[in-house]
Design a protein around this ligand. Sequence first.
Ligand SMILES: NC(=O)c1ccc[n+]([C@@H]2O[C@H](COP(=O)([O-])OP(=O)(O)OC[C@H]3O[C@@H](n4cnc5c(N)ncnc54)[C@H](OP(=O)(O)O)[C@@H]3O)[C@@H](O)[C@H]2O)c1
Length: 299
Amino acid sequence: MKILLTGTNGQVGYELARSLQGLGQVVAPQRAECDLSQPDQLRSLIRMLEPDLIINPAAYTAVDKAESEPELAMLVNAEAPAVMAEEAARLGSGLIHFSTDYVFDGSAQRPYDENDPTNPVSVYGKTKLAGEQAILASDCAHLILRTSWVYGMRGKNFLLTMLRLAGERDQLRVVADQIGAPTWSRTLAEVTAHVVAQLVAVDQADTAAKGRGWQEWWHKHSGIYHCTAQGSTSWHGFTEAIIRQALPEKAVTVTPIATHDYPTPARRPANSQLSCAKFMDHFCDLPDWQQALQLCLQA
Ligand SMILES: NC(=O)c1ccc[n+]([C@@H]2O[C@H](COP(=O)([O-])OP(=O)(O)OC[C@H]3O[C@@H](n4cnc5c(N)ncnc54)[C@H](OP(=O)(O)O)[C@@H]3O)[C@@H](O)[C@H]2O)c1
């Protein structure tokens, strides 16, 4: 199976490049050869490579900056997935795309499920939702994995920021009224690889590539899935867990503050919790966020 992987230097893309090893021929171009803000270049690349599967963790992820760069965010987060979906449909290939909790406004009093109405409150959220809608409209074989609060040991993320700040300061003020599930990039990569392994097995059992088993698998599984670590906390709770586990000797006071005490250009949902029952029912279990954090820090 030939797999086109985007965003290979990002948090999730980097881990995917590792986790997908042995599952197929992974082609992971750098941004210069696969610039998602250039739809024609992307289309030509897909036509040249003819991948069986496109995995797209690349995105315009600068949530605050997107407020002042809506056109670029829309190109990368909506136009590019639209091109991937059109080309996947044309080739009979599959598309695994990553999306976000920020498609919701966060006003629900319980975890969101896949059928809940969306209502993004930021440019980033709107562009990611437009990407989802383009994929759904294309009728290609697809999995859309909505995740939340991604962290890991590379790139820009909350874990690395808090480790740095906790090393420098004795006191931190952190937002306590946004609730979600911190999700390790490696968890996402590993569960995605688990899904791809199922698909590879199905494909290998067919007499022809992308035969009947392939079609049936996608028919059964195509759709949107919520995919995060299990359990939830606030950014404040996440910070306390990070310091407790990574810097147990360091005395840092973490003061809870409200969202309005930490103004940002983009609004964020108060409730980012996503119910992952559908993903676990179709594919595999997801780890508790605290266990995953411990494994990440050990790694
Ligand atoms: N981070 C989160 O907290 C979070 C939460 C919910 C959902 N998600 C979603 O999860 C997925 C993975 O996120 P992540 O945290 O791994 O993102 P990330 O670390 O910010 O990585 C994004 C990747 O996209 C690439 N990219 C950006 N603009 C591009 C362009 N014009 N052309 C080609 N590549 C481009 C970047 O390339 P360069 O390396 O060249 O910059 C980078 O490799 C995304 O779909 C994101 O929307 C993330």
